[in-house]
Design a protein. Structure first.
Length: 378
C-alpha cells in the first residue's frame, strides 16, 4: 500500500513538474507571440513613416494601425505643439475632440502625468460617467490613459477607450506599454520633420519655396515616382555683377532668371530657391538622360537674357557748370548684364535621403571652378 501511495505521489509530482514546464513554455510562447506582433506593428509604423508625407498624416496612420491590430474601440493621440494640446489622431467623433484635448486638466490624470504611469478608469453603472466626460454616457465606459514622454519631457498622451464597463480589467497591459513606446519612437522620428514643415517659407525676391519644402510637401509629390532627376544650378557671375555694378542689379538678375526658368518648366515639377544664387529643380518621374537636352535649352535661354534695372531705377548724375553754377541733371542708362549658369544633375531614388542628394550636388557646385558654366551629370 505504501508503495502504491509512493508511486501515486511520484506521478503527481511528475505531472506537476510537467504542467509547470508546459505553463512556462506557454508563457514563453505568448511572450514571443507578443514580441513578434509588436515587431510587426513597429514594422508597419516604420513603413508608415516612409509612405506618408506630413507629420499629421503619419500620426493618423499610426493610430489606424493600432485600432486595427489591437482591436481597440477608440484610440486618440494628443500632442502638445508648444502652444496648446491638439488631437493629432482619433477615431472618435470630432464633437468630443475638445474634451479629449483637455485631459491633462482632469485631476485623476494629473497624477498619472506627474508619476509617468498609466491610469485605468471605468464605470460601475449605466448612469455613471468617466471622470473626464462632460455630456456623454454611451460612447465610452472604460479607458486607459498613457502619458507620453520624449527624453523625460512630457509632450502629450495616448488614451484608449471601450464602450464596455470594466473591459480592461483582466487585460495584459504589457503589450500596450510596448505600443506606447513605439508611438514615442515614431514621434521622435517625425518631430524634426514637423519643425521643417513649420519653417517652410516663400522667398521674397523670387516667390519660390525654400529648401525645407523638399523635405515635407515636396517629398510627398516626388515620392509618387520611383526615380526623379534632380538639378541644381548656380548663377556663377552673381558676385561679379554685385561688385562691378550694384547689389540691386544682382538681385534683379536672381529675380529675372528664376522667373524665366519658372515660366519655362512644367508646373508639375518642383522649383525652389535653395540658397543665395543656388536653385533646385526636381523633374518628378523623369530620368536624367531624358531631361538633359531640355536643361540645355533652358540654360541657353536664361543666359541670353539681357537684364537691367527697371527704367524708374535709372541713375541721375548731377553736373555743375563752372560759370553760373546752374545745376543740370542727366539720366544715365542702366547697364545690361547676362547671367552665367552652372548646372549639375543626378538621380533621386524614392525612399532615400533627399538632403544627401542635395548635399552632393551642392558640394560639386561649390568645388567647381568659378568660371565653369556647363551641364554636368554625377
Amino acid at each position: 500500500m505504501i508503495i502504491i501511495v509512493g508511486i501515486l505521489v511520484a506521478i503527481i509530482i511528475v505531472l506537476l513538474i510537467y504542467n509547470m514546464t508546459i505553463h512556462k513554455k506557454i508563457q514563453q510562447f505568448n511572450n514571443l507571440s507578443r514580441q513578434a506582433n509588436s515587431l510587426r506593428v513597429l514594422q508597419d509604423f516604420l513603413s508608415t513613416i516612409g509612405e506618408c508625407s506630413s507629420v499629421d498624416e503619419k500620426i493618423q496612420k499610426i493610430n489606424d494601425i493600432l485600432i486595427e491590430k489591437y482591436e481597440i474601440k477608440y484610440s486618440t493621440i494628443v500632442v502638445f505643439d508648444g502652444a496648446e494640446y491638439q488631437v493629432k489622431a482619433s477615431n472618435v467623433d470630432r464633437k468630443h475632440w475638445n474634451t479629449l484635448s483637455k485631459l491633462q486638466e482632469v485631476p485623476i490624470f494629473k497624477d498619472s502625468i506627474a508619476t509617468s504611469t498609466p491610469k485605468y478608469v471605468t464605470v460601475n453603472g449605466d448612469n455613471e460617467r468617466l471622470p473626464y466626460q462632460e455630456m456623454e454616457f454611451a460612447r465610452a465606459k472604460s479607458a486607459i490613459f498613457y502619458p507620453i514622454y520624449i527624453d523625460n519631457v512630457y509632450i502629450g498622451y495616448w488614451i484608449i477607450e471601450s464602450g464596455v464597463a470594466h473591459d480592461f480589467d483582466n487585460i495584459d497591459t504589457t503589450i500596450f506599454e510596448v505600443v506606447k513606446e513605439n508611438i514615442v519612437s515614431v514621434l521622435k522620428t517625425v518631430v524634426h520633420q514637423k519643425t521643417l514643415e513649420a519653417i517652410v517659407r516663400k522667398d521674397l525676391f523670387t516667390g519660390l519655396y525654400s529648401e525645407e519644402y523638399l523635405y515635407g510637401k515636396g517629398k510627398k509629390i516626388i515620392d509618387q515616382y520611383t526615380t526623379s532627376a534632380v538639378c541644381m544650378f548656380r548663377i556663377t557671375n552673381i558676385e561679379e555683377i554685385n561688385e562691378r555694378y550694384s547689389r540691386k542689379l544682382g538681385n534683379q538678375v536672381i529675380i529675372d532668371i528664376s522667373e524665366y526658368i519658372g515660366n519655362n518648366i512644367s508646373s508639375d515639377y518642383i522649383f525652389i530657391r535653395y540658397m543665395g544664387p543656388k536653385f533646385v529643380i526636381v523633374f518628378n518621374g523623369v530620368d536624367v538622360d531624358s531631361v538633359t537636352t531640355f536643361v540645355e535649352d533652358i540654360k541657353n535661354g536664361a543666359e541670353n537674357l539681357e537684364i537691367s534695372l527697371p527704367e524708374n531705377n535709372e541713375i541721375e548724375e548731377v553736373e555743375i557748370e563752372a560759370v553760373d553754377r546752374n545745376v543740370k541733371k542727366k539720366k544715365v542708362k542702366q547697364p545690361k548684364v547676362k547671367a552665367k549658369l552652372n548646372f549639375v544633375l543626378t538621380t533621386y531614388y524614392k525612399g532615400t535621403g533627399m538632403e544627401e542628394v542635395l548635399r552632393k550636388l551642392e558640394q560639386y557646385i561649390d568645388d567647381a571652378d568659378k568660371s565653369e558654366n556647363d551641364i554636368t551629370c554625377i
